[in-house]
Design a protein around this ligand. Structure first.
Ligand SMILES: C[S@@+](CC[C@H](N)C(=O)[O-])C[C@H]1O[C@@H](n2cnc3c(N)ncnc32)[C@H](O)[C@@H]1O
Length: 264
């Protein structure tokens, strides 16, 4: 992949600089509270927890502030982890952030729960990759440990196109960004292209320009259940949105709660 200053860059390399600005309307505290509530509902005593695809670490940091968890946050993008470590320092938190592919977890310890939020699992391009993710995660969970992750559905992509496509914004540190978004319903592929411009102090002149193309595979509930069926996880719950309502074919975002057998 070309990584010069005007070409296409790897996912979440240049986007890392503006990620928190692009996500400023996302309520990460609510998301952390949701994960906290799920863990307490389905595990007797979750203490050691692992975030997969943590991005710039917002959820891990909110959970750390509850002062009842030991939190490790991991992401494939070194630029996102760099931002997460900066926030960890600024907020005087104790999360251990590591660069790591969730398809190849290199951890020398185990956890009571692992979680991944904000459709990171949709970056897995096919059923085999999702299966690898599920099994890889199981290998770092203790007996009875939880895996919690969300994914978005075709219905969500169809609805979201209207507001995601042609999105434009500015950040406080002189970046301008544009998002093009399209959904290929036949292949269940959602593509987002970000064009990111670094502006001079006049906030007009473009000093550098970057682009990133993000492809996500969009899974139906039934497709995800069929993949999970190939593992030894027990399905504890499937929630729709951010409440504890049961997910169904109409859900836009589904949070799965899986549990390792207690005698694994
Ligand atoms: C939509 S962002 C979500 C980030 C964060 N969870 C949040 O809520 O802000 C998707 C994240 O998934 C990460 N990611 C994608 N594929 C990955 C993989 N194979 N292993 C680990 N992280 C991955 C990206 O680097 C990116 O940070």
């Amino acid at each position: 992949m070309n990584t010069n200053n005007t070409g296409q860059h790897p996912q979440y390399s240049k986007l890392a600089d503006i990620y928190d600005a692009v996500m400023e309307d996302v309520d990460y505290e609510l998301w952390a509270d949701f994960i906290d509530a799920i863990m307490l509902e389905h595990h007797l005593n979750p203490v050691d927890i692992l975030e997969l695809a943590c991005g710039t670490g917002s959820v891990s940091l909110f959970l750390d502030e509850l002062e009842c968890y030991n939190v490790v946050g991991t992401d494939k993008s070194s630029q996102m982890i760099h931002k997460a470590r900066q926030k960890n320092k600024d907020m005087l938190c104790n999360v251990k952030f590591e660069v790591m592919d969730f398809l190849d977890l290199q951890l020398d310890r185990t956890f009571d729960a692992a979680f991944s939020v904000f459709d990171s699992v949709n970056y897995l391009q096919n059923a085999d990759e999702v299966l690898t993710f599920l099994n890889e995660t199981k290998s770092v969970l203790r007996p009875g440990g939880l895996l919690i992750f969300d994914f978005t559905t075709p219905k969500n992509s169809i609805q979201a196109i209207d507001y995601l496509n042609n999105e434009e914004g500015y950040t406080e540190d002189n970046y301008r960004y544009f998002r093009k978004s399209s959904y290929d319903a036949d292949n269940q592929l959602h593509e987002n292209t970000f064009r990111i411009e670094k502006l001079a102090d006049d906030q007009e002149t473009v000093v550098q320009e970057f682009s990133e193309v993000h492809q996500q595979r969009i899974y139906t509930l039934q497709q995800m259940l069929d993949i999970i069926d190939q593992t030894t996880y027990n399905i504890r719950a499937k929630y729709s949105g951010f409440d504890f309502e049961e997910a169904d074919d109409h859900s836009l975002r589904i949070t799965m709660v899986l549990q390792c057998p207690s005698n694994q």
